[in-house]
Design a protein around this ligand. Structure first.
Ligand SMILES: Nc1ncnc2c1ncn2[C@@H]1O[C@H](COP(=O)(O)OP(=O)(O)OP(=O)(O)O)[C@@H](O)[C@H]1O
Length: 263
């Protein structure tokens, strides 16, 4: 850590919804994280960044219980998910939404059918109620009227938004995004950032986002952590606007000055 914890731009309250304590993570002999600790507060847009291969996606997968840590604690919405327990994991997954890089819409289903999937799997709602919620969710991401379109009939940005509508189907307390703007042109990427920001401020949903995009980080992030492969953990944490001016770790300084990350 370079001690750059400061900055007070965040309006988010400080009630932790994710607590990671002394987490270690390994794949065989490959130690990815040695001793990682941080918290994400309710209502925050929290960005995970770092060079290629430093473990951003791995960390996201720990936070949704897809991977088990080798040591330490991962508590999400008050539930300790570090030790495998299917019932607990199901409880956590009901309360989180995920938007992975590819959007992962099922190509043979319409947008409405895609968004309906989690509602059918996790709730006892009637078809009529599900239809209503699906319409509302698609409208929230500016896709009203596209209910009956197939994913192949819409643009990349619209696919991401449809994926977001599906991720929000169950009104999750936390939304996880893995490089949401990957593959989008700059204007569409900014539109997606604005949507994420508006949904965060309008609905109060906590958002954890992996991204490399500097503009995006400054536009949406309340706080960031920067991971580093050599350090096997966090080398910077805090408000990106503060870190930009005050960080001393050369890797952090380089990132904010758009120099290539070498680790
Ligand atoms: N399921 C897995 N089995 C074995 N090794 C894995 C697995 N998942 C990730 N790793 C390893 O963990 C390390 C971190 O990978 P990860 O994909 O989390 O990095 P990243 O920071 O998201 O990279 P990028 O920015 O390139 O997507 C890599 O060395 C990768 O090979």
């Amino acid at each position: 850590m370079n001690g750059s914890n400061g900055g007070n731009h965040s309006a988010a309250p400080s009630e932790p919804v994710i607590v990671v304590e002394h987490m270690a993570s390994r794949f065989g002999d490959n130690l990815i994280f040695q001793d990682v600790s941080f918290q994400v507060n309710r209502g925050e847009i929290f960005v995970i960044l770092g060079g290629s291969g430093c473990g951003k996606t791995t960390l996201l997968k720990h936070l949704i219980g897809l991977y088990q840590p080798a040591a330490g604690r991962v508590v999400v919405n008050g539930i300790d998910i570090a030790t495998p327990n299917l019932q607990r994991l199901r409880q956590v997954r009901k309360n989180v939404g995920m938007l992975f890089q590819a959007g992962a819409l099922l190509g043979s289903l319409t947008l409405a059918e895609n968004v309906a999937l989690p509602l059918q799997e996790y709730t006892d709602l009637s078809e009529t109620e599900i239809d209503l919620i699906v319409k509302m969710k698609l409208a929230l991401v500016n896709l009203a009227g596209y209910e009956n379109h197939l994913p192949e009939e819409i643009s990349g940005g619209m696919k991401k938004r449809a994926g977001l509508a599906r991720a929000m189907a169950l009104d999750p307390a936390i939304l996880f995004f893995d490089e949401p703007s990957a593959g989008l042109d700059p204007i569409t990427a900014v539109e997606l950032d604005l949507l994420i920001k508006n949904l965060n401020s309008g609905l109060g949903t906590t958002m954890v986002i992996v991204t490399h995009e500097l503009e995006s980080i400054f536009m949406i992030a309340h706080r960031i952590i920067m991971l580093d492969k050599a350090a096997k953990g966090i080398i910077a944490e805090g408000d990106p606007r503060y870190l930009k001016d005050h960080a001393t770790d050369p890797k952090v300084v380089n990132f904010f000055n758009r120099k290539p990350m070498t680790s």
